[in-house]
Design a protein around this ligand. Structure first.
Ligand code: NAD
Length: 254
């Protein structure tokens, strides 16, 4: 049986994945601001450090996998919170747990989004994230909009993943990402309830080619596969699990 650590295991996609891994008999260490084995606020440097130290204390022999799943929606305020939790906390925790993953030749499964390609890779916000400059990324995003804050954070983390695949693979650690479409979780409920973004998101939900939005299990099923031995040759992949929306929006681009 394996040992996994994750963030964002309290609700939504993370809670569903956590339960599936527990049902398979694995050990799961969950870090979350609400409840978990480690309670930490990933928007702060202290919280990120507490998360890393908490996981290290509970998994001294190493990790078979790490899933940085915690995330905030495009309606979170201030927008810099999205930048901090969705991008900088992810990178900090992956880097802080890397040696534990090397010990067991584990893998990291990032949680991107099918919105990631909607922000250009050379956007200054994405560039500031990738440069590791949290102050610059946070000040850039405060003058912009929630969609860019969210999709840009996912664009940046997916690019970070792709840029580090070779280095991590050489150390025995596979990096992959799942890119969900609209999934019915507390995050989506917050977006649907928003005066500005709610109607746009509902319209996008109505346009999903397979005819419905996702349930958390639709995403967790694929994540569980990507973390399993059956996926041991999957490395550097971005798996869109979005009912066909990305293909609908970008039919000629992959
Ligand atoms: P959710 O709100 O149900 O879960 C997010 C989790 O992150 C919660 O348990 C929450 O407590 C935790 N969290 C939030 N802020 C935190 C902080 N500062 N410190 C520690 N933990 C914190 O949402 P979800 O939809 O299950 O989202 C899970 C992941 O999936 C996120 O990264 C999200 O961006 C991504 N995603 C979701 C959708 C969707 O439509 N729901 C689509 C694409 C990607």
């Amino acid at each position: 049986m394996r040992t996994y650590a994750m963030t964002g295991g309290a609700t939504g996609i993370g809670a569903q994945l956590r339960q599936q891994l527990l049902d398979d008999g694995h050990t799961v260490i969950s870090v979350d601001i609400k409840e978990g084995d480690v309670v930490a606020d990933l928007s702060t440097a202290e919280g990120r450090q507490a998360a890393i130290e908490g996981v290290r204390a509970l998994a001294p022999d190493g990790l078979d996998g790490f899933i940085p799943c915690a995330g905030l929606p495009p309606v979170a305020k201030p927008l810099s919170l999205i930048t901090g939790v969705n991008y900088f906390a992810v990178i900090a925790t992956v880097q802080g747990l890397r040696d534990l993953l090397e010990k067991k030749r584990g893998s990291v499964l990032f949680v991107s989004s099918n919105s990631a390609p909607m922000v250009a890779s050379d956007d200054p916000y994405v560039a500031a994230c990738l440069a590791g400059d949290e102050d610059a990324a946070c000040s850039d995003i405060e003058g912009r909009d929630g969609h860019t804050a969210y999709a840009g954070s996912k664009r940046a983390l997916t690019l970070w993943m792709r840029r580090h695949v070779v280095e991590y693979a050489a150390a025995g650690v596979r990096l992959n990402a799942v890119a969900p479409g609209i999934t019915m979780t507390p995050l989506t409920e917050r977006v649907y309830a928003d005066a500005e973004l709610g109607s746009v998101m509902k319209e996008f939900g109505d346009s999903v080619p397979v005819g419905r939005t996702a349930q958390p299990a639709d995403i967790a099923n694929v994540m569980r596969f990507m973390l399993s031995d059956a996926a041991s040759y999957v490395c550097g992949s971005i798996f869109f699990v979005d009912g066909g929306s990305d293909a609908m929006l970008r039919p000629d681009d992959f």
